[in-house]
Write a protein that binds this ligand. Structure first.
Ligand code: PSU
Ligand code: MN
Length: 303
């Protein structure tokens, strides 16, 4: 594999070359964040939402050591259906490429590969961040540091509510990652419309986001990301009381069962889905759909 060669699909390459807007999508949410077989339907739906917004989707994953930016239908089916798909953060990319391994990419690996390919806008559900109990476990997602090193605009419903949200916002400030609320003065809460934490900046249109991106370009600030924090609509959020109740139970179980490392986030998401009879999954999907739609509009406004 040549030095900087992500394997960019023909459609994505052509879009990038001709100024057609492109939206990057991650694959960990597909392979490890959603139950099979619904995950394939969601992956397909998200790509269709990007297209409906006039942009080209670039779902990112590593297959047999190839770092793909833009997947074929068969490749997407493999990411969703193959139980052997691993979970790769940015630091896993080199050994994965070297050994011919296959895995879904997290926000950190996806943002990195998107940046390498020249894709400027990325949509996901909720970012990783600083975990509750971080003073003991030191568990902080690699998503944060990576977003401080690549110049991408990531549209998300904040960070996952299973995390320590105030601590995560502190880290983002330290790391120099810009956070703007989309249509809100509060940082969203992933399954919930609001985390209760304030944000310093609010924008109300894709054009305003594109203007911030251009200002970053003009400031020669390519190596830090812009987080566009887009809340799930209140009508589609998880009931906050139910959320707090089941999250406390899931966190307790993660502790009891000794779940650590990369397994923590998928474990908690799965327990929440189970204990809410699927309501958390619906709120998660509503958030992701909204983010993908907005990302396409932002990519078009910036293009
Ligand atoms: N958003 C979702 N579901 C997910 C994720 C994001 O709605 O499963 C994934 C992203 O890939 C993110 C990862 O990078 O969870 C964080 O994992 P960790 O906490 O182990 O860094
Ligand atoms: Mn972690």
């Amino acid at each position: 594999m040549p030095k900087t060669a992500a394997m960019v699909s023909e459609e994505v390459r052509e879009a990038l070359d001709t100024g057609v807007p492109v939206v990057a999508l991650e694959s960990t949410i597909i392979a490890h964040g959603l139950p099979r077989p619904r995950n394939l339907a969601v992956a397909t739906e998200l790509e269709a939402l990007v297209r409906a917004g006039g942009a080209v989707p670039a779902t990112i994953a590593v297959l047999d050591g190839g770092a793909h930016v833009g997947l074929t239908k068969a490749e997407l089916e493999r990411v969703a259906g193959d139980p052997g798909m691993r979970k790769f953060g940015h630091r896993d990319l080199a050994p994965a490429v070297a050994t011919g391994a296959s895995g879904a990419t997290t926000v950190s690996a996806t943002a990195f590969l998107a940046g390498l390919a020249g894709v400027r806008v990325f949509a996901t559900g909720g970012l990783g961040g600083v975990h509750r109990g971080w003073t003991e476990t030191q568990d902080e997602s690699a998503d944060l540091r990576l977003l401080a090193q690549v110049g991408i605009t990531v549209v998300c419903a904040g960070v996952k509510s299973i995390l320590d949200v105030p601590a995560t916002l502190q880290r983002l400030e330290t790391l120099g990652v810009t956070v703007i609320g989309y249509g809100t003065g509060h940082f969203p809460g992933f399954y919930l419309a609001s985390s209760g934490e304030p944000v310093d900046w609010t924008v109300d249109s894709p054009e305003e986001v594109a203007a911030v991106m251009r200002a970053k370009d003009a400031l020669a600030e390519p190596h830090s990301s812009l987080i566009v924090a887009n809340p799930v609509p209140v009508e589609e959020q998880l009931d906050p009381a139910l959320h707090d109740r089941v999250l406390a139970r899931a966190l307790e179980e993660a502790r009891e069962e000794g779940v650590t490392g990369q397994a923590v986030t998928p474990f908690l998401l799965e327990r929440l889905t189970r204990y809410t009879d699927g309501a958390s999954l619906e709120a998660n999907l509503a958030a992701v759909r909204g983010n993908v739609r907005l990302a396409a509009r932002i990519a078009a406004a910036y293009a």
